[in-house]
Design a binder for this molecule. Structure first.
Ligand SMILES: Cc1cc2nc3c(=O)[nH]c(=O)nc-3n(C[C@H](O)[C@H](O)[C@H](O)COP(=O)(O)OP(=O)(O)OC[C@H]3O[C@@H](n4cnc5c(N)ncnc54)[C@H](O)[C@@H]3O)c2cc1C
Length: 534
């Protein structure tokens, strides 16, 4: 029998932050690589999420690539938290600057990928029925890339316009003079609400669970600040790589027990004024792990909400009361709470009066109907596993990834799955929850090491051992149970999707710790993995 033709050494699925970084690494390794992207351009998250107000919650100087000094030196972020157009422009610039587009097929959705046991190749099929073969298949499909809209009955009856934040159209959406209903108060809604409120005739926000919204304190970067960042870039990146959540921040160096109650308030006030996640990470080191410390920060935020929002009933509705700060990812607000002081904005609690259907006129709950000209579904994502499990990915003996993970995802290092040889994931489940560019950089570096190891050892296959996968599951379970997260319900644990297993989707041991765990695994000769020469 003729050996099967190999189209590429490696195929990457997705041309977002991770896919572009992976393509760069593969080229550095001298491998032939191709990227398939469902969208018509690069950008991923920043291509699809064009809703008003979309921007990063990571500070711009660490929401970037670190692999090229020239890129760092020539790119100018205009703000502390870049807007969606700017984040997209950055990724477009990277694609152009490194001449990446010639290796990317756009408007091409990968529908399936199957492992050919005899040829030791992956066969990848796209939506047009074309197929390609490759030795290594790399998923860079994103952690927040499958928007979730609950199956509300009656959507087809609604006579107005409706949009989903995670699939926002490229054309401008006009809210002027319209009655707008926003469903959801997660991170995307929190960014969109203040902007929509500026022009809508009336904005009704339907809230199921309030969030702890931290003020972003966004603003333009001055030329001096940009120069200072450039000067300190290496140190900034070193700091971000070591930081628990991948940010260029130092630990606070104190816990709540170290200072008096008066000092708590002063320290938290300083964090609140500094803005962003610095409120959490530069105030006390035990907010994420100690319930008492956490509650001090929660009550501080509730008091801020009560001070900002003039209507006491609305303020109370906006106060989260039954879960700790960080049990859900805290969003950053850009005058979010202040928006509820506008006369054209109202907040309605639907936690005990849930939506039953959409009607011709709007949204109906058991007791009320909210009339709308335009509805925004800001109802979240089937996070981390949703996009990958929707694809028909088959490993050894035709087992699909969806079946393999029916009781929850299982991986080694969040990168490989037993029974799926030569299949790598950038940001796979059970990899760290942290500032994503930092995590991507470490994971891509590790995949590069593994591919080099395969080449040096003449390996045709490389895959995780089942016992290493089981050990990683126990490890990530232990890590999450040591945090306040275990006390809440969140998309971190799959709780926003009916029927999704309640297990941690992330490694909560810190980005720096994770990076060292990965490096140690490589240095021990990839002992959690098995290879064969074919
Ligand atoms: C609104 C929003 C704000 C965010 N802000 C931050 C932030 O401040 N900091 C942070 O660290 N993270 C943030 N994130 C997380 C964000 O997803 C990551 O920072 C980063 O963009 C992920 O890059 P990625 O390449 O892994 O995935 P994505 O950017 O999601 O890209 C995945 C790509 O894969 C493509 N794809 C998927 N399936 C297929 C298929 N079958 N065939 C072909 N192509 C496919 C998609 O079209 C997409 O382009 C945010 C997410 C959202 C939604």
């Amino acid at each position: 029998m003729e050996p099967r033709k190999t189209d590429f050494d490696a195929i990457v699925i997705g041309a977002g932050f991770a896919g572009l970084r992976m393509l760069h690494e593969l080229r550095e390794l001298g491998l032939s690589a191709h990227v398939f992207e469902a969208g018509s351009d690069v950008g991923g998250t920043w291509y699809w999420n064009r809703y008003p107000g979309a921007r990063t919650d990571s500070e711009s100087w660490v929401y970037a690539y670190s692999f090229s000094k020239e890129l760092q030196d020539e790119w100018n972020w205009s703000e502390r938290f870049p807007s969606q157009p700017e984040a997209l422009a950055y990724l477009q610039h990277v694609a152009d600057r490194f001449d990446m587009r010639r290796d990317i097929s756009f408007n091409t959705r990968v529908e399936s990928a199957s492992w050919d046991e005899r040829a030791n190749l992956w066969t990848v099929r796209d939506g047009a029925g074309r197929s390609y073969s490759c030795r290594a298949l790399i998923s860079a499909v994103g952690v927040l890339s499958k928007p979730y809209v609950p199956p509300f009955p009656g959507i087809e009856k609604f006579r107005g316009e409706w949009y989903v934040t995670g699939r926002w159209p490229k054309e401008r959406v006009d809210f002027a003079g319209k009655r707008v209903v926003v469903i959801g108060t997660g991170a995307t809604a929190i960014q969109a609400i203040p902007i929509i409120a500026q022009t809508a005739r009336h904005l009704t926000v339907l809230q199921r669970t309030p969030n702890y919204v931290l003020p972003a304190r966004n603003g333009p970067l001055t030329e001096e600040e940009r120069q200072a960042i450039r000067r300190d870039y290496d140190a900034i990146w070193q700091q971000a790589r070591e930081h628990f959540f991948g940010f260029a921040m130092d630990p606070a160096g104190r816990t709540i027990a170290d200072v008096t109650p008066e000092q708590h308030q002063r320290i938290l006030e300083r964090g609140w004024e500094t803005g962003g996640f610095r409120f959490i990470f530069e105030s006390f080191d035990d907010i994420f792990i100690d319930e008492r410390s956490n509650e001090v920060a929660c009550e501080f935020i509730r008091n801020k909400i009560r001070a900002i929002v003039k209507d006491p009933a609305t303020a109370e509705l906006l106060c989260p009361k039954d879960y700790p700060l960080t049990a859900k990812r805290p969003p950053l607000g850009h005058y979010y709470y202040e928006t509820f002081n506008r006369p054209n904005v109202s907040l309605c609690d639907i936690s005990s009066d849930p939506i039953t259907e959409l009607t011709e006129r709007g949204v109906r709950t058991a007791t009320r109907e909210f009339e709308a000209d335009l509805i925004v579904f800001a109802t979240g994502f089937d996070a981390v596993t949703g996009t990958l499990m929707a694809m028909d990915v088959r490993g050894r003996r035709g087992v699909t990834i969806a079946r393999k993970w029916q009781d929850g995802p299982r991986t080694h290092l969040g990168i490989m799955v037993d029974g799926f040889p030569n299949f790598f994931m950038v940001l796979g489940p059970q990899s760290p929850f942290a500032n994503i560019p930092v995590v991507i950089d470490g994971m891509v570096d590790w995949i590069g090491r593994a591919l080099r190891h395969m080449r040096e050892q003449g390996l045709a296959t490389f895959e995780a051992k089942p016992e290493a996968v089981e050990a990683w599951r126990k490890h990530v379970d232990q890590l999450v149970n040591a945090t306040v997260l275990a006390k809440g319900r969140s998309w971190f644990l799959g709780d926003n999707i009916p029927g999704k297993p309640h297990v941690t989707l992330f490694h909560f041991g810190g980005a720096g710790v994770y990076r060292r765990e990965c490096l140690a695994e490589a240095e021990r000769g990839f002992e959690g993995f098995v290879g064969s020469k074919g």
